[in-house]
Design a protein around this ligand. Structure first.
Ligand SMILES: Nc1ncnc2c1ncn2[C@@H]1O[C@H](COP(=O)(O)OP(=O)(O)O)[C@@H](O)[C@H]1O
Ligand SMILES: [Mg+2]
Length: 284
């Protein structure tokens, strides 16, 4: 938001070819869910290049929403808008409105560090801190002052590791470095780290793309458990994964949110031809 917009120089082929007006096709859930995150007309520019065009979507609580679409369509860009990670990218500019329970996430008075605890993020490549397993999880609660005592902190760490389905595998080596774990364990450690600060929303950007099928299955199982208590958004390039873990799916193409609806419907009878073409593997 603080970055400057560079002068438009070379025209951009893909964005020049996009229609100026379009309408996202939306299919509501049969049983309406409570909306936690509301995004309205969100556009993102990287310097002169527009990467997202007026994206509007409601993200429901206690459900997994999957963002799908071909590489470069803006999935990660939009995900980063939801906890203001684009603020950290030089030259990036975001316009539009994003609210969490009606509160403006782009309010200049808002504490962005606190916001990123409320809306946590798990990245493509597991990125534990070069610290012990215990310290990876204890770090957030400590800087946010969430533990009243040492025992309290220990309890938060244990519970977070349990919720991330990792505790049993690491309980005898909590004071060994987190980076010594397997890839799948590291990713669950990163999920435990996100959970430790009691987030309301968890954003995951292709969290399994660096993992083998067994580790992937574990993370998918975990996501399914977590949805009972959290609002989850996952970016995935795997349509099978979106179908397995999500209740709602949003399909992006060339920076546009083409269609969103209940996952089952999106994969069996999407309303838009472009969605159909993508899910049947005609492009992407
Ligand atoms: N930091 C950045 N600087 C400039 N352009 C970017 C940056 N990140 C992404 N883009 C561009 O924005 C578009 C959307 O990218 P991205 O959100 O990463 O897509 P996806 O996650 O769907 O693959 C792409 O054209 C990409 O090249
Ligand atoms: Mg991406």
């Amino acid at each position: 938001m603080n970055a400057t917009l560079a002068p438009a120089s070379s025209s951009n082929q893909s964005s020049a070819a996009l229609p100026k007006t379009f309408q996202t096709v939306r299919t509501p859930d049969p049983e309406p869910r409570k909306v936690r995150v509301h995004a309205q007309d969100v556009s993102v520019f990287y310097g002169p290049k527009q990467a997202l065009f007026d994206v509007s979507i409601d993200i429901p609580e206690k459900a997994v929403t999957a963002f799908i679409g071909p590489s470069g369509c803006g999935k990660s860009t939009f995900l980063r808008c939801l906890n203001r990670m684009n603020d950290t990218i030089e030259g990036a500019r975001v316009s539009g409105t994003i609210q969490l329970d009606g509160e403006d996430l782009y309010d200049p008075k808002l504490d962005v560090v606190e916001l990123r605890a409320r809306i946590g993020m798990v990245f493509q490549k597991p990125n534990p801190f070069p610290k012990t397993i215990f310290e990876n999880v204890a770090y957030g609660p400590r800087i946010h002052g969430l533990a009243k005592s040492k025992t309290d902190l220990e309890q938060i760490v244990v519970e977070s590791l349990q919720k991330a389905s990792l505790f049993n595998e690491v309980k005898d080596r909590l004071h060994e470095v987190g980076t010594g774990l397997s890839g799948g364990q590291q990713q669950r450690l990163c999920i435990a780290r996100a959970i430790a600060v009691s987030p309301e929303v968890i954003l995951m950007d292709e969290p399994c793309s660096a993992l083998d099928p067994i580790a992937t299955a574990k993370i998918e199982e975990l996501i399914d458990e977590l949805r009972a208590n959290y609002t989850i958004v996952i970016v995935t390039h795997s349509m099978q994964q979106a179908a397995r873990v999500s209740q709602r799916t949003a399909f992006f193409h060339l920076g546009i949110l083409v269609e969103e609806g209940p996952t089952e419907m999106m994969f069996t009878s999407p309303a838009e031809k472009r969605t159909q073409d993508y899910i049947t593997g005609r492009f992407g």
